[in-house]
Design a protein. Structure first.
Length: 256
């Protein structure tokens, strides 16, 4: 995986985009590597949370258009394969039964912003920028729209994809595109603290919480409540629940 760096730091699995000379532009080979990396950490029992970050000044400026330019216009199958490979990564992030935390420094544009949007939590550097400038160049930001509408709503999504404008981290937080803006001075420390906080929770608890969070997209209000009841029963049958219950009972018995 020459385009990525993988390492496990305790309960944290790290996937780092490693094409800084190309501003971490995404090509099919990188998409395939990302898919394989996610599968690796899914099967790693010691990993409880996945961190997606990047080397260099930018998270990712989007698709590797140089690779597109080398593809003959008649080879539509190649373009389809590229899109399917990237779409498979977005689906894998959502399906992974471990939280995926994306940290964005610099620019996250086009497919780079889509990759970040697929993650469960986005921590944005205070000077980060986000945008989908595809329409300005005759492209369509097609794969991101499913996630973008869910994250920011129809009107904000339309504003971003139809104007192609680039927005600041603060505006991205205000409209719901990112989870949190992190100050420059404490960026690395805050990332590590967030990852450590998540990694302290039981794997079954994290998996059930993430599963239900996204399962609700396809359910009515009534069915969502019903799914919550089923998940509650399932969660209360785990060892993690019983251990947590004992901790709460011990805490209540402590004298004030």
């Amino acid at each position: 995986m020459t385009r990525l760096r993988l390492l496990r730091d305790g309960a944290v699995g790290r996937i780092i985009l490693a094409r800084p000379q190309q501003q971490n532009a995404l090509d099919r080979a990188m998409a395939d590597d990302l898919f394989a990396a996610l599968a690796q950490f899914e099967s790693d029992g010691a990993c409880r949370v996945v961190h997606l970050g990047a080397e260099g000044d930018d998270f990712s400026v989007g698709a590797d258009v140089d690779s597109w330019a080398r593809t003959p216009e008649s080879e539509s199958d190649s373009f389809r394969a590229d899109a399917e490979a990237f779409g498979r990564v977005l689906l894998a992030i959502r399906a992974l039964m471990k939280p995926v935390v994306c940290t964005v420094r610099g620019r996250a544009l086009g497919d780079g912003a889509a990759l970040a949007s697929a993650c469960d939590i986005i921590l944005a550097h205070q000077e980060a920028e986000f945008g989908y400038p595809d329409v300005r160049m005759g492209f369509v930001p097609a794969l991101v729209m499913t996630m973008l509408r869910r994250s920011v709503g129809e009107k904000h999504a339309a504003d971003l994809v139809l104007t192609g404008r680039i927005i600041s981290a603060d505006e991205a937080e205000r409209i719901g595109l990112v989870s949190r803006v992190v100050p420059v001075a404490t960026f690395d420390e805050d990332i590590d603290a967030t990852l450590a906080q998540i990694s302290q929770s039981p794997t079954t608890t994290l998996a059930l919480t993430k599963w239900l969070l996204y399962k609700l997209d396809a359910l009515t209000f009534e069915d969502g409540i019903a799914a919550g009841v089923v998940t509650t029963v399932e969660a209360r049958g785990t060892d993690a629940f019983r251990a947590g219950l004992r901790k709460v009972q011990e805490w209540k018995l402590k004298p004030e």
